[in-house]
Design a protein around this ligand. Structure first.
Ligand SMILES: [Zn+2]
Ligand SMILES: [Zn+2]
Length: 178
C-alpha cells in the first residue's frame, strides 16, 4: 500500500470528480450526481438539488488545480481549503470501514466534504513526498488526471481507456512498419 486506505480512496474519488468534466461532462444533472456518488461509494448527507450539483461542479476546477500546481503553490491551496471548511480531523468508524479520518461532519454539505477529503488526502501525499504520483494522462489528446498507486510508479494513462487506445495505436504502428 502506498498511502493509508482512506487517502487512496479519496485520491481516486477526487480524480474521478475532476475527470467527470471531460468528454462532454458526465455530471450535468442531480441524477448524474447520484450515479457518480454511488459509483464512488460516497457516504453522508446529500441534498440532491441543483445547488448541490452546482457546488460540486464548481469544485472540479479547484481540485484539478491541485494536480497542476507545483508543491510551493499547492501547499497554501490545500491549507486554504482546510481553513475555509474549518476542518477538524477526527478518527471515525462507520459502515465497517475501519478507523479513518473525517475532518468535517458527515452532515456537512457534500461539496465541502468532497473538498476536504481531497485536501486531507493531499496533505498525506505532500508529507510523504509523493506528489509525482499525481499525474496527467500521457495520451496526447487527453488531459484527465491520474492517481498512480502502482508499486513501480508505472501508471501513465487515465481510467478513460487511453491505455488501451495507445496500445492499439502502437500495435498498428508496428504492423505498418512490418
Ligand atoms: Zn468515512
Ligand atoms: Zn486519458
Amino acid at each position: 500500500m502506498t498511502f493509508a486506505h482512506d487517502t487512496e480512496v479519496a485520491l481516486v474519488a477526487a480524480a474521478a470528480l475532476v475527470n467527470s468534466a471531460s468528454d462532454g461532462d458526465s455530471l450535468q444533472s442531480p441524477e448524474d450526481l447520484v450515479g457518480f456518488l454511488d459509483a464512488q461509494g460516497w457516504f453522508g448527507s446529500r441534498a440532491g438539488d441543483l445547488a448541490e450539483l452546482d457546488a460540486v461542479r464548481a469544485l472540479r476546477p479547484r481540485l484539478r488545480e491541485l494536480w497542476r500546481l507545483p508543491e510551493p503553490d499547492l501547499v497554501p491551496r490545500v491549507n486554504e481549503i482546510l481553513a475555509e471548511a474549518a476542518a477538524l480531523p477526527q478518527l471515525v468508524d462507520h459502515d465497517d470501514l475501519g478507523w479513518h479520518i473525517h475532518a468535517v461532519p458527515q452532515d456537512a454539505p457534500l461539496a465541502t466534504r468532497m473538498a476536504v477529503e481531497a485536501a486531507m488526502a493531499f496533505t498525506d501525499v505532500v508529507r510523504a513526498g509523493e506528489l509525482d504520483r499525481l499525474k496527467t494522462c500521457a495520451a496526447e489528446d487527453c488531459d484527465d488526471v491520474v492517481v498512480d498507486l502502482s508499486r513501480n510508479r508505472s501508471k501513465r494513462f487515465c481510467e478513460g481507456g487511453c491505455g488501451n487506445r495507445e496500445n492499439v495505436r502502437a500495435y498498428r504502428d508496428r504492423q505498418k512498419e512490418d
